[in-house]
Write a protein of this length. Structure first.
Length: 134
C-alpha cells in the first residue's frame, strides 16, 4: 500500500498521532480509537495491521501485551517527497508570518495610544470624561 493511501485514512492518522507520543499497547490504542471513531476492536486491529505491514508501525510482545511504536522510515520518505512542494507553501507561510507580525505591531501601537486608565472615557466618572472642545 502506498504511503499516502495509509495516511489518507483518519483512523490510521490518529493511531500514528497516538504512537508519536510514545509506545502504546494494542488495548490502549483500541480503547481510544473505539471511543473516538465508534469502530469495533477488530476494525482497530485491521488498521494496526495495515500500519504494521506498510512499515509505519512496529510491534513487540511484552508478556501477553502487544506494544506498538511508530517507525519513522516511511514518514521520512513522505517528508522527502514533500520537499518538492514545500517551496509552494513556504513563501505563503512566510508572508502570513509577516502579516501576523504587522497586525500584532499595529495592535500594540493602538494599545499604547489609548489612555492608561480603563475608567477614562467610559462615563463612569463624569469629571474625567473628555468632551470635544474641552
Amino acid at each position: 500500500m502506498h504511503a499516502f493511501d495509509v495516511l489518507g485514512d483518519p483512523v490510521r492518522r490518529r493511531i500514528l498521532e497516538l504512537l508519536a507520543e510514545g509506545e502504546r499497547s494494542a488495548g490502549e490504542i483500541g480503547s481510544i480509537v473505539q471511543e473516538e471513531f465508534g469502530i469495533s476492536q477488530p476494525g482497530v486491529s485491521q488498521h494496526l495491521r495495515v500500519l504494521r505491514e506498510s512499515g509505519f508501525a512496529t510491534v513487540r510482545a511484552e508478556g501477553t501485551r502487544r506494544l506498538y511504536a511508530v517507525d519513522l522510515a516511511p514518514l521520512r520518505e513522505v517528508d522527502t517527497w514533500l520537499d518538492h512542494f514545500r517551496r509552494f507553501w513556504n513563501q505563503r507561510l512566510d508572508a502570513l508570518g509577516t502579516e501576523l507580525a504587522r497586525g500584532k505591531r499595529e495592535r500594540r501601537l493602538q494599545d499604547d495610544a489609548r489612555p492608561s486608565s480603563p475608567w477614562l472615557d467610559t462615563g463612569v466618572f463624569p469629571a474625567c470624561r473628555t468632551e470635544p472642545g474641552e
